[in-house]
Write a protein of this length. Structure first.
Length: 221
């Protein structure tokens, strides 16, 4: 075959391939879902004011708010993270006998288990704080409104419960960095819990039940 004819045939093949490639629809490959980058501050802690019957260290990046739900007791409060719109409910009750203690423990278990419908798992961890108090942690997995709860008690006079809430329907995996960040803060809070014995406090005990905030009032130190 003459050399010139070979060149013509080769060019025809190349042009045919190019036309075929151009006529095909472009293939769309979906990208995995991503989330916005969340800048997390360095962990810093401050001491709770001594106007409560309990003390602990909480995040410097949070605000203390009065719990204004109508079922709240005088010394219940909220540790609010404005940057994340996350809230740690803090409830305290005095123990007046074995019956109270058992009721409070049952209340905490019930409030954790009420998320069982949506939770993929609920992990219960029992330990002792550095002060020697009993602590019980409930870690919840899945798309639940509360991801972390704990209570600390001396089993005879004092009982403190906390729970982490996000007022949003965002899925838990997108909140994972924030949840982990606040979990560390709550673990620090738990390990620094103690009872304020320097003052007398008039405390009334109610069930651990939260209806919601009617208004927000920041606690002045």
């Amino acid at each position: 075959m003459p050399f010139q004819k070979k060149i013509i045939i080769f060019n025809l093949i190349i042009n045919t391939l190019l036309l075929s490639a151009c006529s095909e629809e472009p293939t769309y490959t979906p990208k995995p879902k991503g989330y916005h980058y969340i800048a997390l501050p360095a962990a810093e802690y401050v001491m709770l004011p001594d106007t409560f019957p309990y003390i602990f260290e909480y995040s410097k990046h949070a605000k203390l708010l009065n719990d204004t739900s109508y079922l709240a007791d005088r010394y219940w409060l909220e540790v609010y993270y404005p940057q994340f719109e996350a809230n740690i409910d803090v409830s305290y009750k005095p123990i007046n006998g074995e019956k109270d203690f058992r009721e409070y423990v049952d209340d905490c278990f019930r409030l954790a288990q009420k998320h069982n419908i949506k939770a993929q798992a609920i992990n219960e961890i029992v330990s002792k704080t550095p002060k020697g108090y009993t602590s019980v942690v409930y870690e919840l997995e899945g798309d639940v409104p509360s991801y972390f709860q704990f209570y600390v008690t001396d089993s005879s006079k004092h009982f403190l419960r906390t729970s982490l809430y996000f007022p949003t329907s965002t899925k838990g995996d997108s909140l994972a960095p924030i949840i982990d960040f606040i979990k560390k803060d709550m673990t620090h809070m738990m390990n620094t819990v103690d009872w304020n014995l320097s003052k007398r406090f008039d405390v009334k005990a109610r069930k651990f039940k939260k209806i919601g905030r009617n208004q927000i009032q920041e606690i002045t130190k």
